[in-house]
Design a protein around this ligand. Structure first.
Ligand SMILES: [Zn+2]
Length: 463
């Protein structure tokens, strides 16, 4: 009796195993794509053309603020280059804000005369022509400013000397400091540059006013000068600064997103988009931010095409315009899609600099999709383990793919070691010489493999 039951159980197990074994076994993605990934990585690691493009963009064209002639040149140059490569480029017209820095300066006038290295913040208004001369009140946080109250802030220049606490938490003083200080009657703000490390470089970046308070000028000074002013004031010595800025907003300018693609062989209407932003601030060369991102994405398509690969779906590269001070390019791209946004199976952004890539962060529209997506992405990422770029984590997406992600498109961002990115970010020092060509090539390889497999794999990320 016992024996009979046991053998019945064994038969049942054998039958079940047989049934499941009869279903088609799908090889994991890393097995399916190992050969093609090897060719893509091999081509990227010896690629010279991508570096030459990046060199041209950063050293010959230079920085590329929205509305500048350099950005116009970059748009045309990228379009012509993609055309020569057969990437079917088109320009998507976008109206962009135009902010012009003009001449600007800051100096301490009391108790000593001392120039301050500074950069006006993007979007700031000008001072009167004679400048603003006022005593500086130093605060380390919004709470500290609010505790001081209007009587100690009014008619003063507020210096936000906040400690570095990572970019996301620290940048609120740059973006919102002027509006908050204006509520207390401040006449201008200086912001300690948003960086953890400084070699006496000011860092610019976008700032915003609110509609309720007066618009007061805002500039970044160096970490070193902020520390000096704080020390002086803690020793009872009020520092008086003269700030002069000509910054102004001009009417919106014409610009464009540059879009190239490799049309899919089976599902041309389904799209994997990969890109970064072509614009930069009006200083340095916009090398890490984000020349490297747009060129790496473009070069990924160049290599896929040169290897004669045509994925099942379309791979599209987008060089978005105006990320830094408006994200109008990203919004124009999204709105032009309309309901067709559902055609986008994934959006990949590279905008964290070109230090050594470590892998990808991902965001699914619905958290219930995280598990299946993570399984598939980890299989793809195995293909990048040979270049140490095989990590998959939950990420945050990026500014240029955010409008797509908000409407249901899975988002991925290339993640790097970021050891020094924020040391150079938005400074005169964000230049080509800060990029290691070997790391840049690994970024190209990572984008090429991820974009290709996502575009070619049998199903989508979460089904
Ligand atoms: Zn950027």
């Amino acid at each position: 009796m016992k024996t009979a039951r046991l053998s019945f159980t064994l038969v049942a197990i054998a039958l079940l195993a047989g049934i499941s074994g009869a279903q088609p076994q799908v090889a994991p993605l890393d097995e399916q794509y190992r050969e093609i990934a090897g060719r893509l990585i091999g081509a990227a690691l010896v690629d010279q053309d991508g570096w030459e493009k990046l060199s041209y963009l950063t050293t010959r064209i230079g920085h590329r603020l929205s509305g500048s002639s350099q950005l116009d040149r970059a748009v045309q140059w990228a379009h012509d280059g993609m055309k020569a490569e057969g990437l079917n480029p088109r320009l998507q017209a976008v109206k962009v804000p135009r902010w012009v820095r003009g001449r600007e300066s800051a100096q301490v006038v009391i108790p000593v005369e001392k120039p301050l290295r500074m950069l006006g913040l993007g979007g700031s208004v000008a001072t009167p022509p004679e400048g603003i001369t006022a005593p500086v009140v130093v605060v380390g946080s919004f709470d500290e400013m609010e505790a001081m109250g209007r009587s100690r802030i009014r008619d003063r220049i507020v210096l936000f000397d906040m400690p570095w606490d990572g970019y996301g938490r620290t940048v609120q003083y740059r973006t919102g400091g002027a509006a908050r200080a204006a509520k207390f009657g401040a006449v201008a703000v200086l912001v300690r540059s948003v960086t953890g490390v400084s070699l006496y470089s000011p860092h610019t970046g976008e700032m915003n006013y609110d509609t309720l308070t007066e618009r007061i000028p805002a500039a970044a000074i160096t970490v070193e000068d902020a520390a000096w002013i704080r020390t002086m004031s803690e020793n009872g010595q009020t520092v008086t600064v003269r700030l002069a800025m000509e910054a102004r907003a001009l009417p919106d300018s014409d610009s464009a997103n540059v879009i190239g693609e490799i049309v899919g062989r089976e599902l041309p209407g389904e799209v994997v988009v990969v890109g970064g932003h072509l614009d930069s601030w009006d200083i340095g060369q916009g090398a890490h931010d984000d020349g490297a991102g747009v060129i790496a994405a473009w070069q990924a398509l160049t290599l896929i095409r040169q290897l004669g690969l045509q994925p099942r779906r379309t791979i599209r590269v987008v060089l978005w315009t105006n990320e830094e001070n408006g994200t109008r390019g990203a919004r124009a791209y999204r709105s032009a899609l309309g309901a067709d946004v559902a055609s986008h199976v994934a959006a990949i952004e590279m905008d964290s600099g070109a230090e050594r890539p470590v892998g990808f962060g991902f965001v699914m529209p619905n958290p219930a999709q995280n598990a299946p997506a993570s399984t598939r992405l980890k299989q793809i990422a195995k293909l990048l383990e040979g270049i140490d770029a095989g990590a998959i984590t939950t990420g945050e997406g990026g500014a240029d793919i955010e409008p797509l992600m908000r409407d249901g498109v899975p988002g991925l961002d290339l993640q790097t070691t970021q050891e020094h990115y924020f040391d150079w970010h938005h400074t005169e020092a964000d230049t080509l010489d800060k990029i290691d060509p070997r790391n840049f090539r690994r970024c190209i390889a990572s984008l090429a493999v991820m974009a290709y497999v996502l575009a070619d794999m049998p199903g989508r990320l979460a089904n």
